[in-house]
Design a protein around this ligand. Structure first.
Ligand code: TXA
Ligand code: MG
Length: 312
């Protein structure tokens, strides 16, 4: 994607004034603000209607900047070398003298950090002298945005600028791995757990429902299009929107395909797009065909399961 330098400069201008802007990443779009500024970080929480005890991810340009704020360790170095920049978030110990706003982590002594791969946001991060706190750019519990238009749908005129980076190539959030004590996975996402296990040469525990951490796994309404979702459905009700993993010969307006040929990466990329499309029509419920639970399919099923907890 071509980089428009004037948009990068414009983004910096807003961010320097402690305003929040929409930013593209390879996973989903983020709602970004200066992570060192209490004012900017408070604005993010307010705009998203996010509970103050649900911490944000901070996005860094490079290791040098990260080291000002966090303690790093050997597991981090191994994973960083293999996967960064990319769709993986690390929870690390925050340094006592770090400049990170105390609102980012709700006064906790840990910080979730990420090095996004998207060329446009990398360009922006390299242009700033502070890291960016950025949760997904949706109102809390809504579907995460994967285009500039989706961010507009979420926030309308409440945010002044969205940096356009085209459609997010992965389409699902980053995998979160905590490296504070014994390494563990806190959220499934863009990098398969198997690949992380291979690098660390052990099988990490999945801690997807940690009550104390208030991670996305706890929130039952997360990723919800606001109508009931039924999973593993072979025959949908007549008026349901029906999400299928593979394109079929049958032509039906209420059938939505995640991929042409059961490709799970393609399905992940299309998931939020399809859910948002269905949400904007007048369906009262959604049925989903069984999605293979392997590779990134595990993250797809994780999101669908959470969305299916919706009760009207
Ligand atoms: O792909 C992504 O990670 C996207 C893009 C924009 O980078 N961001 C994203 O942020 O998904 P968000 O805020 O929607 O989800 C991050 C989750 C939070 O819900 C929170 O529970 C968890 O990360 N988290 C943040 N800081 C944490 C910490 N110190 N310890 C444990 N979990 C943390
Ligand atoms: Mg989110």
């Amino acid at each position: 994607m071509k980089i428009n330098q004037s948009n990068i400069k414009k983004s910096k201008k807003f961010l320097d004034k402690n305003d929040c802007i929409g930013i593209p990443t390879e996973t989903v779009y983020g709602l970004a603000g200066n992570a060192y500024s209490n004012k900017a970080v408070s604005k993010i929480f307010k705009l998203k209607k996010r509970p103050k005890n649900n911490p944000l991810i901070v996005h860094y340009a490079n290791l040098k900047m990260l080291k000002r704020d966090c303690e790093i360790n050997r597991n981090f170095i191994k994973l960083f070398k293999k996967f960064c920049p990319g769709p993986i978030t690390f929870v690390l110990k925050l340094k006592k003298n770090s400049k990170i706003s105390k609102y980012v982590s709700n006064n906790k002594d840990t910080l979730a950090v990420r090095f996004p791969k998207h060329v446009i946001v990398r360009k922006l991060l390299n242009f700033l002298d502070y890291p960016l706190a950025a949760p997904s750019a949706n109102i809390s519990n809504n579907i995460s945005p994967v285009t500039k238009k989706d961010v507009e749908d979420e926030f309308g005129k409440k945010i002044k600028f969205i940096l356009d980076g085209g459609r997010s190539s992965i389409g699902l959030e980053s995998t979160i791995v905590s490296l504070v004590n014994k390494p563990k996975i806190l959220r499934l996402g863009g990098i398969e757990v198997k690949k992380i296990n291979n690098v660390l040469k052990k099988s990490l525990k999945l801690n997807l429902k940690n009550k104390k951490l208030n991670s996305p796994g706890q929130n039952k309404l997360h990723y919800s299009p606001g109508i009931p979702i039924k999973l593993n459905v072979k025959k949908p009700n007549q008026h349901d929107a029906y999400i299928l993993i593979k394109k079929r010969g049958i032509s039906n307006n209420s059938y939505y395909y995640l991929s042409k040929n059961k490709n799970l990466k393609e399905a992940a990329k299309n998931l939020y797009k399809v859910l948002r499309m269905i949400k904007n029509k007048n369906y009262t419920s959604i049925s989903v065909e069984k999605i293979p639970n392997k590779g990134i399919g595990e993250a797809i099923n994780d999101r669908l399961l959470k969305a299916s907890k919706f009760k009207s």
